[in-house]
Design a protein around this ligand. Structure first.
Ligand code: PHE
Length: 348
């Protein structure tokens, strides 16, 4: 039994053969187990010696099984390593990773800067109703922005409400102020600071206008907010975004129906040999619109202008991206030309 069993163990080439050898010797009906069962038939004085011999045989076989298992496993592993061999000296395939589009990259940068100032991200729908896009924002009924040439009109809603593709991100100001949680936070003494990137649409198409473009809106509502807060916040932003610590920032009086007073914000620059340089210089570049939220807008949103004041701003993403990254042509943003994307895109 010993030599046959050890030979079977040694001859086993895989786990199944090895298990068969184990069962044949040590299984319930195995040959060694069978020997143990004969113990009772022996004369009492012979039992001890016989038992010890059979136990020693059992141990020897068990040890042989273990050793053979280690051998089989390592042979199998070696075979697998050989079969799945990787040639790490092969050059990588010439595949290119994609890049972040300059618009997405610029939105991320802007939101990160305002994020550090405590603004939170918000969003609104591309398809807007006339009330949010115009009415609540204090647009007079005959305001030019409502005329056909600027606005993409959509079929009216079932309740008769005229619908549009939003012409700016400002309707999200209204949506945010009307939000129940926001109103509760304001009532509890908190402030509102949101930054809102999104697509906007106007029926304009030429060298410097595309029917779809991107804006980022900002809104702050608090108690005792004033023009100084607006100026400080936007000056800090301009310096951080253009990475020029002392870039001059100019606030120029302007008009928007939903802010009073309103200001357009310019940064200092100069042109040297056709190259734009941002910083103190002899020229100015307009980069955004801003102003103190008009009391009528606050009222439309259920906020008492005697208690709450705020400021808002909006900027064109393509425009600030062109200035920061020296992209010469607006229309290239929307052409999906891979060469352009590789050149102006950002590694993720
Ligand atoms: N919505 C304005 C525009 O599209 C920009 C703006 C936003 C101005 C917020 C003032 C305040 O031109």
């Amino acid at each position: 039994i010993r030599s046959e069993t050890l030979a079977a163990v040694a001859a086993a080439l895989d786990a199944r053969a090895l298990d068969a050898a184990r069962v044949a010797a040590l299984g319930r009906n195995g040959r060694v187990t069978g020997l143990m069962k004969t113990l009772g038939t022996l004369p009492p004085d012979a039992r001890k010696a016989f038992g010890q011999t059979v136990n020693a045989l059992k141990d020897e076989i068990a040890a042989a099984l273990d050793a053979r298992k280690v051998q089989i496993d390592s042979t199998a592993l070696a075979a697998r390593l050989e079969a799945e061999r990787l040639d790490i000296s092969l050059p990588v395939r010439p595949e290119r990773a994609g890049t972040l589009h300059p618009i997405g990259q610029t939105i991320d940068e802007i939101c990160a800067i305002f994020g550090e100032m405590g603004f939170v991200w918000a969003e609104g729908p591309d398809i807007e109703d006339d009330w949010h896009n115009f009415e609540a924002l204090n647009f007079p009924p005959d305001h030019p922005a409502r005329q056909m040439q600027d606005t993409f009109f959509l079929p009216p809603r079932a309740d008769g409400m005229p619908m549009v593709l939003r012409t700016h991100t400002s309707p999200v100001q209204v949506r945010t102020m009307l939000d129940k949680t926001v109103q509760k936070r304001l009532a509890d003494g908190g402030a509102l600071r949101v930054i809102v990137p999104g697509r906007t649409f106007r029926t304009d198409s030429d060298q410097t206008h595309t029917p779809m473009f991107a804006q980022v809106e900002g809104l702050v509502i608090d108690r005792a907010t004033h023009m100084g807060h607006l100026k400080g916040c936007l000056t800090d932003f301009c310096r951080a975004f253009f990475e020029v610590d002392d870039v001059p920032v100019r606030f120029r009086p302007s008009y928007f129906p939903f802010t009073e007073p309103s200001a357009e914000v310019d940064i200092g620059c100069s042109w040297k040999g056709g190259e734009l340089r941002i910083g103190a210089g002899d020229s100015w570049l307009e980069i955004l619109g801003s102003g103190m939220v008009h009391p009528n807008v606050l009222r439309h949103c259920g906020l008492d202008p005697e208690v709450y004041q705020g400021f808002a701003f909006g900027m064109g993403i393509e425009r600030v991206a062109m200035l920061k990254y020296g992209i010469p042509d607006l229309r290239t943003f929307f052409e999906s030309d891979l060469r352009w994307l590789r050149h102006y895109g950002f590694s993720a």
